[in-house]
Design a protein around this ligand. Structure first.
Ligand code: FES
Ligand SMILES: [Fe+2]
Length: 357
């Protein structure tokens, strides 16, 4: 191990910066975040991600189960995501030390092959559930029961599930939560696609349900927006509704639907919108998303094409406001911040949109 030049530039965590911009530097650590879609972590490949300002290397062990280590080798700090999978271990790309899923170095190919007890890296609890890989970033024992329910993702009908997609947003994740909980913007920012002027006037409800906040929005006898017209063709006017459930820190489940005016909402159709917001840094967010259709009314022969259209339309919609969000510089009091300040807070109210504005 001696005599090896030290010339690496490890991808190490950046310390939280402090400025008048929206920089928290204080994340909710003892909770679950989506690190990536399960499909995005192939066998025999180590993937690097930055989560809560910490560089993490993720890989699959021989049995397919997932593991995550701090992305910094205990020897000369080379990024472990540049290494390769060797059975149940990561082999560091620099000098070949091998670390198991618990972060223990089990193999040193050099000299007397002794492994110093200090040759360890941090490991992170990792669970694959609802097609996503969830990571626990805190120091308390990981609470498996705290992974929020995203059961719609488990549907076996793949023509009803859109692409498991993701983008990087150049904004703090709390701004994205604000954006998703206040869907009044759809009438303007997504005019014709997700909303329109008919939907400006809406019934709005805000309710705390257990540890979640649920925001509802309902508009009557409105022009059907494009994303819904492809799911329920032949109905130019509809009642439209949605509820969006926020489970802190950053996981949201939307249920959205349209139906013939004046009829039972469950006779209509729509989709679950899945939104996983994971702080990458103070200023950037990993945004994983997809949609799962419910009560599909269109012919199965058309559903693959509809699936593709929904994927494209939603990706366009989510990337569209990114520039708006990233230019919001003012420090904002957000629901996440309110919860952090007062975890016992309970807010239950109903109001008309006009009074909300
Ligand atoms: S930096 Fe030397 S084995 Fe990893
Ligand atoms: Fe939006």
């Amino acid at each position: 191990m001696e005599g090896v030049p030290v010339n690496v530039n490890p991808r190490i965590a950046q310390p939280a910066r402090n400025s008048k911009a929206m920089i928290t530097g204080a994340f909710v650590r003892n909770d679950w975040y989506v690190a990536m879609w399960g499909d995005d972590l192939p066998r025999e490949q180590v993937m690097g991600r930055t989560i809560l300002n910490e560089a993490v290397a993720l890989f699959r062990k021989a049995d397919g189960s997932v593991a995550a280590l701090a992305d910094r080798c205990a020897h000369r700090f080379a990024p472990l995501h540049m290494g390769k999978v060797a059975g149940d271990r990561i082999q560091c790309a620099y000098h070949g030390l091998e670390f198991d899923g618990a972060g223990t170095c089990l193999f040193n190919p050099h000299g007397n092959k002794r492994v110093p007890p200090s040759a360890r890296v941090r490991s992170y609890p990792l669970v694959e559930k609802h097609r996503a890989i969830w990571i626990w970033m805190g120091d308390k024992p990981a609470d498996l029961s705290a992974i929020p329910d995203f059961g719609p993702l488990d549907t076996p009908e793949q023509s009803h599930v859109t692409k498991l997609d993701w983008i990087r947003i150049k904004a703090n994740y709390e701004l994205v939560i604000d954006n998703l909980l206040d869907l009044s913007h759809t009438s303007y920012l997504h005019d014709g696609l997700l909303g329109n002027q008919d939907m400006v006037d809406a019934e709005i409800t805000v309710e705390q349900v257990g540890d979640t906040v649920v925001v509802g929005r309902r508009s009557m006898n409105s022009t059907i927006p494009g994303l819904f017209a492809i799911q329920m063709p032949g109905h130019p006017r509809v009642d439209k509704w949605n509820t969006i459930r926020w489970t802190a820190p950053g996981n949201l489940l939307l249920r959205s639907g349209v139906h013939k005016p004046g009829t039972d909402p469950e006779t209509g159709t729509g989709y679950y919108g899945i939104h996983f917001l994971t702080p990458e840094t103070d200023r950037t967010t990993l945004y994983h998303f997809t949609a799962v259709r419910w009560n599909v009314l269109t012919e199965e022969s058309a559903n693959e094409q509809i699936r593709e259209k929904i994927s494209v339309m939603r990706r366009f919609a989510f990337a569209q406001p990114a520039r708006v969000r990233s230019t919001i510089k003012a420090r904002t009091v957000t629901p996440t911040r309110i919860k952090a300040l007062n975890p016992a807070s309970k807010i239950i109210e109903s109001r008309r949109s006009a009074s909300a504005l």
